[in-house]
Design a binder for this molecule. Structure first.
Ligand code: FES
Ligand code: FES
Length: 179
């Protein structure tokens, strides 16, 4: 249950959806999988991901659009899931932090974060990873300033961002080396 309203019903088929509580039937693509749910019109993407789909990697922080903990990618663009209605992103490709690790193996960015000991409490980390991944996808060789700009919406209260920036640049160099 959320403070915004009734939870959605995850339904595997249209037939089952017809028995679901009132709301809108929504077809989403999350981490490459098609998902169908019946959701109240005011259900946020953050609520759907965490509470209906069990993808709790995306964090619930301020719920005001200020901390960046809820950042996911929508068609490759960072977006705050707390300020996005699930209905707005119907048909879009949504990527959460769970989608970065193909087959359960860390990707370059996650590996660099682990290697450089970036993570402290870790609450900001999923959102930071998603913003950084979007940057590396379009620019694998970002400058320090470009990394800082890309992460300007992600608040980390534990670190001074120095290792985060180093890890993003390290991952970018490795990605470039593979091209
Ligand atoms: S929880 Fe979305 S910006 Fe803080
Ligand atoms: S590691 Fe704790 S908020 Fe960033």
């Amino acid at each position: 249950m959320t403070r915004r309203g009734r939870p959605a019903s995850a339904v595997p088929s249209a037939d089952m959806a017809s028995d679901a509580p009132s709301g809108r039937i929504l077809a989403l693509r999350v981490n490459g999988e098609r998902r169908r749910l019946t959701v109240p019109a005011n259900r946020t993407l953050l609520e759907v991901l965490r509470e209906d789909l069990g993808l709790t990697g995306t964090k619930h922080g301020c719920e005001l659009g200020e901390c960046g903990a809820c950042t996911v990618l929508v068609n490759g663009i960072p977006r705050l899931a707390c300020l996005t209605l699930a209905a707005e992103v119907e048909g879009a490709e949504i990527t959460t932090v769970e989608g970065l690790a193909a087959g359960g193996a860390m990707n370059e960015l996650q590996a660099a974060f682990s290697e450089l000991g970036v993570i402290q409490c870790g609450y900001c980390t999923p959102g930071v990873l998603m913003s950084a991944q979007a940057l590396l996808n379009r620019n694998p060789a970002p400058s320090t300033e470009e990394v800082r700009n890309a992460l300007s919406g992600n608040i980390c209260r534990c670190s001074g961002y120095v290792r985060i920036v180093k890890a993003v640049k390290l991952a970018g160099r490795r990605l470039e080396g593979r091209r």
